[in-house]
Ligand binder design. Structure first.
Ligand code: IPE
Ligand code: IPE
Ligand code: MG
Length: 247
């Protein structure tokens, strides 16, 4: 028997409202294996994002959260960092029309304050432009780190306490969750990492407390909607207990 889960997520057995989060890894290796610049791998990766977003309704994914740039990724070359930033902007401009017609609501999580103001304005615009959509919730993590997010949430909670709007004793898990960048989203049911690495790399540290993890050797630029279907079939067979016992 399936156990009840804590508030914040959805039971895949009961609905088509899965929240799947993906650490899209392996773009650089995919390109380098072919003797191509790393940015070619990132471009191919962006095509896979487009395909996956379009396939979400068929796959039963209502919430798709993608790790695109971590707070640690600034340590890459300027060329790669700038290439990624321009890719994010191009993706939004190119896909905005389709997101509108397909009912995709886009959110960007992470600390956007150090990003190019033009890119920040584009983030604000696409979030507002798709705010009325509810069929697929696409969330992209850019300059995102789980620790940084929890730190910023703690600051915002502390400010509320300082202002007298919140009692310290009233800081529940739900209050913390609401102050995170993902405040409007349920917790992920499943976190997938591609490219064979078996680490979390600072992704959704709070939210994934009871997520299932799948690590696949497939490099992100080779990850198709069919690959996701296979991953989801495996996930459906898992038994989630949420700390309880089977009865
Ligand atoms: C993931 O692919 C994309 C980002 C981190 C931006 P990588 O660029 O990390 O690819 P590998 O791990 O070097 O192959
Ligand atoms: C994680 O991949 C971040 C993203 C996919 C955006 P990395 O390639 O940056 O992670 P590490 O360095 O292997 O931990
Ligand atoms: Mg990597």
């Amino acid at each position: 028997m399936k156990m009840d889960k804590p508030a914040g997520g959805s039971d895949p057995a009961l609905s088509n409202d899965l929240h799947v989060a993906v650490i899209m890894d392996g773009n650089g290796r995919w390109a380098q294996n072919r003797g191509w610049p790393r940015l070619v791998g990132h471009r191919k990766g962006a095509e896979r994002v487009r395909e996956l977003v379009n396939a979400c309704p068929d796959l039963g994914i209502r919430y798709l959260t993608l790790y695109a740039f971590s707070t640690e990724n600034w340590s890459r070359t300027t060329e790669e960092v700038l290439g990624l930033m321009s890719l994010f902007g191009r993706y939004i401009k190119r896909e905005a029309g389709r997101m509108k017609t397909e009912g995709v609501r886009m959110r960007i999580i992470g600390d956007r304050s150090p990003l190019d103001p033009k890119l920040q304005a584009l983030f604000d615009w696409i979030e507002a432009d798709t705010a009325g959509n509810d069929r697929v919730h696409l969330t992209v993590a850019i300059n995102y780190g789980g620790r940084d997010e929890i730190r910023r949430a703690a600051q915002s909670v502390a400010r509320a306490v300082q202002a007298g709007a919140l009692d310290a004793a009233a800081i529940t898990d739900q209050v913390m969750s609401r102050h995170l960048d993902t405040g409007a989203l349920p917790d992920p049911d499943l976190v997938v990492r591609t490219s064979g690495e078996t680490r979390v790399s600072n992704f959704l540290l709070w939210q994934a407390a009871y997520a299932e993890y799948v690590f696949t050797p497939v490099l992100w630029p080779d990850f198709t909607p069919d690959t996701m279907k296979t991953v989801l079939d495996g996930f459906a067979k898992r038994e989630r207990r949420f700390g309880g016992v089977l009865t």
